[in-house]
Design a protein around this ligand. Structure first.
Ligand SMILES: [Zn+2]
Length: 165
C-alpha cells in the first residue's frame, strides 16, 4: 500500500523513532509498504517516520546495490567527508550540497525477521545510510548544511509550497 509522505515542517520528522522489538506480520507489512511508497515516489531510501510510523526502520535501493531493509541500524564512518547533492522526499522540490557525509560506512542492522547482518556501503549508498539514520534520530539533511545554505534552501522550499497552495 502506498502511503502519503510526511513533509517538513511536520513535527514528527523532528522526533527520534523507537527501536523495533517485535518481528511480526505488522513489521513485514510496514517494510512492503515502505518499498512500495519509496518506488512510487522515485526515492532511493525511506525511513518509517516519513510515512508516520515512529519505528527505527529504513529501506533503501541505491543504484545496482541490493534492496536493503535496515531495522534498528547503526553505522561507523570509515571514509572521508564528501560533497554531495542531497534531496529528501520529506522536503520535496529542493536539493542542496552537503559536505559532511562519509564516503564509506560499515552498517549493522537487523532484517525484517530480526536476523542481524552487516555490510559496507560506499559513495551514494553510504550517504543514503547516513541520511536514513538521521531520519530515525529526528534530523533532516538540511540540518547538515551551513546556516546560510539552510536558510536559502528552506526559503526556496517555503516559497514553492506557497505557490502550490
Ligand atoms: Zn529523507
Amino acid at each position: 500500500m502506498i502511503h502519503p509522505i510526511v513533509t517538513h515542517p511536520d513535527p514528527r520528522l523532528r522526533e527520534a523513532s523507537r527501536d523495533v522489538a517485535r518481528f511480526d506480520d505488522e513489521l513485514a507489512r510496514l517494510v512492503d509498504d515502505m518499498f512500495e511508497t519509496m518506488h512510487h515516489a522515485d526515492g532511493i531510501g525511506l525511513a518509517a517516520v516519513q510515512i508516520g510510523v515512529m519505528w527505527r526502520v529504513a529501506v533503501m535501493q541505491v543504484e545496482d546495490n541490493p534492496q536493503r531493509v535496515l531495522v534498528n541500524p547503526s553505522y561507523e564512518s570509515l571514509g572521508e567527508p564528501m560533497s554531495l547533492e542531497e534531496g529528501c522526499l520529506s522536503v520535496p522540490g529542493v536539493r542542496d550540497q552537503t559536505k559532511t557525509r562519509s564516503d564509506r560506512v560499515r552498517v549493522w542492522a537487523l532484517d525484517q525477521t530480526g536476523a542481524p547482518y552487516e555490510f559496507e556501503a560506499e559513495d551514494l549508498e553510504a550517504a543514503c545510510v547516513q541520511h536514513e539514520c538521521d531520519h530515525l534520530d529526528g534530523h533532516l539533511y538540511v540540518d547538515r548544511l551551513s546556516t546560510l545554505r539552510r536558510r536559502r534552501v528552506l526559503k526556496r522550499y517555503e516559497q514553492q509550497r506557497e505557490t502550490e497552495a
